[in-house]
Design a protein. Structure first.
Length: 311
């Protein structure tokens, strides 16, 4: 009798554990979570005391920056650069030519939900000298990140193909969409206005720079991001590209060819399809959008160099 009770208890325990793991009868609970939220890309900071607030002339100085990717796009080789500037080259001769670092940074995902994979870059001047005529000399160090980034969104839209007076039990209604919260990137798709005119389905898609940096575009794809701290032209500023626009499997035609953001960091584009309405009733489907752009962000810190009478 004891063995039967013991076996029964073990069986019930296994059954309950199985139901907990699977979320009931045949429905798993370990589903993927959507981490595409927020408006951040690369976040960086100077590590404590690098550089220190004060040093003496003749001393070395180390500058170290910690960074992480708080957005969804994986920055790979050749897509990210750090530049150290702001100082007088005459007193930092080594840093004047060794001031560039490349970087990679994985984006947030189910395995890195908070962007806590940190990297560091470092710069070093072995001996700092200042003129004998001054007792101290203040310098500002600026680290600029130039990197390629993408915004990806797949909002669900309603397609209504009924142009008759028939009464239908429709599954959805055509309406404008508000995409609050961002898509895990500095530039966000904020709103989509939909219209169906005849056999054409048309979308007016709105964008906004919600990050703390600057948007630019210097060419197709990830190229053209180098030296954005010095070589960014006015024509390249506040400019981005719509790399992909699809309604289900249909590629959309979009105008204008270049997306320009205004002084508030906002812009829009029109996308349409003439052959997408091939069903006899209304339905819901996915609108796939992918933006590509360069992004520039900077941080600053100050240091005082004190002239020592013993050097």
């Amino acid at each position: 009798m004891y063995k039967i009770v013991k076996f029964s208890l073990v069986f019930i325990f296994i059954f309950l554990v199985g139901c907990t793991y699977w979320g009931g009868f045949g429905s798993r609970r370990d589903y993927a979570v959507d981490y595409a939220r927020g408006n951040l890309g690369i976040v960086m900071r100077f590590l404590p005391n690098t550089p220190p607030a004060e040093i003496y002339n003749g001393d070395p100085v180390d500058i170290m920056v910690e960074f992480s990717n708080k957005g969804t796009y994986d920055i790979t080789n050749g897509q990210g650069y750090f530049y150290l500037t702001g100082f007088d080259d005459r007193y930092f001769p080594h840093l004047s030519y060794d001031n560039t670092r490349t970087f990679e940074a994985p984006g947030i995902s189910e395995f890195n939900p908070y962007g806590d994979i940190y990297g560091t870059v470092s710069f070093r001047e072995d001996r700092v000298e200042i003129p004998q005529e001054v007792p101290y000399f203040d310098q500002t160090f600026k680290v600029t990140a130039c990197y390629y980034y993408e915004t990806y969104a797949t909002p669900k839209v309603c397609i209504d193909t009924d142009y008759t007076n028939t009464i239908q039990d429709k599954v959805c209604e055509v309406h404008d969409l508000s995409l609050a919260g961002g898509q895990g990137a500095p530039v966000a798709i904020t709103r989509i206005e939909e219209n169906i005119i005849g056999q054409r389905v048309q979308f007016k898609i709105f964008f906004k720079n919600l990050g703390g940096g600057e948007v630019f575009y210097k060419g197709s794809g990830p190229g053209g991001i180098t030296n954005c701290h010095t070589d960014l032209l006015r024509d390249e500023y506040n400019k981005l590209s719509l790399e992909e626009a699809r309604l289900a499997e249909n590629t959309l035609t979009c105008k204008p060819d270049e997306i320009r953001l205004d002084e508030r960091g906002e812009g829009y584009i029109y996308c349409y399809c003439e052959t997408c309405l091939d069903f006899g009733e209304n339905y819901e489907t996915l609108l796939t959008l992918r933006l590509g752009y360069g992004y520039r962000d900077s941080i600053y810190t100050n240091m005082r160099i004190i002239r020592s009478i013993f050097v």
